[in-house]
Design a binder for this molecule. Sequence first.
Ligand SMILES: NC(=O)c1ccc[n+]([C@@H]2O[C@H](COP(=O)([O-])OP(=O)(O)OC[C@H]3O[C@@H](n4cnc5c(N)ncnc54)[C@H](O)[C@@H]3O)[C@@H](O)[C@H]2O)c1
Length: 277
Amino acid sequence: MRFTGKTAVVTGAASGIGRATALRFAREGAQVIAGDIDETGGAALVAEAEAQGRIRFQRTDVTAEADIVALLAAADGPDILFNNAGAGGQRGRIDEIDAVGWDATMALLLRSVALGIRHAAPLMAARGGGAIVNTASIAATMSGAAPTAYSTAKAGVLHLTKMAAADLARSNIRVNAVLPGFIVTNIFTATLGLTGAVRDQANAAIATVAAGSQPVRRPGRPEDIAAAVAFLASEEDAGFVTGTHILVDGGMSVGPRHSWDADSPGLFDALEAMAGK
Ligand SMILES: NC(=O)c1ccc[n+]([C@@H]2O[C@H](COP(=O)([O-])OP(=O)(O)OC[C@H]3O[C@@H](n4cnc5c(N)ncnc54)[C@H](O)[C@@H]3O)[C@@H](O)[C@H]2O)c1
């Protein structure tokens, strides 16, 4: 019950990582104000909350500044903000993108985080402090994990996290990021507009792929990220942690696949095979 008496605002709360984190905050005693564009998912979240009444949902489009302001106002004094809403953004290589798609991706993934912090800061300062956690991605640190526009926006979120931590230290506000690896959520099927049974089938296939994508031999789960977010948001556990990030990727970033997958040959395995050794 680390968050008893605290109010936590969560964006992108109708699905995946945001949903799991909203439930975790509520289970640990917080009053949660959940925002998302998906009102059906938001209603389902409110219904599922074990502690009835502890999660309130408000339709929120994080690309609209007024919606962010309204969500924070609904919290009536937020102690915690989880800037998490997102989607795949514009796909394609840098030589394929267009200005409209690029701007939309940055508005959803980067500007929304900046504005969330910007509008939460004075409210938290007035309460004597607070904690902000931003969802970046393993794609912020490497290529090959997500499209170029998405990865660039997430790298921006990572640096914004450091800048905001420095700017807001005087107000006793800590700012950190979580970098998920490959987590099985609807983000992949949403990018392709899949719904219903087809979406469920695709998610089952994604889970199989995810289980073999990193040293930890199981799919990444939204709850894995929620646990890290709860740690970073907790004054008790992470009161001396700001301006940094936690990578929760099952070890995906440790190195080339052959270093952790015994069935995947590396260069010397291939040379030894050629040399008949
Ligand atoms: N799943 C992964 O492997 C992974 C990896 C790294 C980072 N992330 C990041 O995690 C965050 C959550 O994604 P997820 O994987 O839980 O996906 P998800 O699709 O399950 O959840 C994302 C939620 O954001 C909401 N959303 C989208 N656009 C919005 C908008 N304009 N305003 C408000 N809400 C909006 C969606 O409706 C959805 O409920 C995203 O920022 C994503 O980039 C995910």
